[in-house]
Design a binder for this molecule. Structure first.
Ligand SMILES: [Zn+2]
Ligand SMILES: [Zn+2]
Length: 209
């Protein structure tokens, strides 16, 4: 029993350790490098894109989870520390996978509870125009620790970059989102038409809840 508890605690510690990596990688390897290197380039493209692309970021990131899990942390942990090391490495990978999932669904669908509402506000403030703040995605812990936490009154979303789940069929903010978001700027007619197409396609596949 004690062994099971200590393995569970070590798994959690590995996941907690991941959140520090999430913060440091996002702040330094993605933003501070200003587009130098594939990770930073992919990420800056993510910031100026108007949706979530499964062709690049997602596949690359999930490939990263598998490679890191299979080749690096878990076996390394096992070699260095035995079972606790394996648990630490696996916990780290679970944290990484959790982050990938939360980040993807934040872009792909609207909030469904308090945590997902909070996560979207926190991330989209960073995503839209505040790249020096809110580097944590799944938690704001390290933003508080390193002084990069910001909590806006409302997140200002450039109209042409709004995520499809934010818009109704006429291209305006969906009801219920105006406490957290405000659309700013104008969209040129071509990009507005494309944005409306995306919003309508999204509305036709997204379950109402
Ligand atoms: Zn970013
Ligand atoms: Zn994002």
């Amino acid at each position: 029993m004690r062994a099971a508890v200590s393995i569970a605690v070590t798994l959690l510690a590995g996941a907690a350790l991941w959140t520090l990596a999430e913060y440091l990688l996002h702040r330094f390897a993605m933003h501070a490098l200003n587009g130098r290197g594939i990770m930073s380039r992919e990420h800056l493209e993510h910031h100026v894109g108007s949706g979530w692309s499964f062709s690049n970021t997602t596949l690359l990131s999930w490939a990263g989870v598998i490679v890191v899990a299979a080749l690096l942390w878990a076996p390394l942990g096992w070699l260095l520390l035995g079972l606790p090391g394996l648990a630490l490495g696996l916990g780290w990978c679970v944290g990484y996978a959790g982050y990938e999932h939360q980040h993807a669904v934040a872009h792909l669908r609207g909030p469904r509870g308090r945590y997902s509402t909070w996560l979207r506000r926190h991330h989209f403030h960073h995503h839209f125009g505040h790249p020096r703040a809110n580097h944590g995605v799944t938690t704001s812990l390290w933003d508080h620790v390193f002084g990069t936490y910001e909590r806006p009154e409302r997140v200002r979303v450039p109209r042409r970059l709004a995520q499809p789940w934010m818009l109704d069929g006429s291209g305006e903010l969906r009801p219920g989102l105006d406490a957290d978001y405000v659309l700013v700027g104008s969209a040129d007619p071509a990009s507005r038409a494309a944005q409306l197409d995306r919003a309508r396609a999204f509305a036709s596949i997204a379950p109402e809840d």
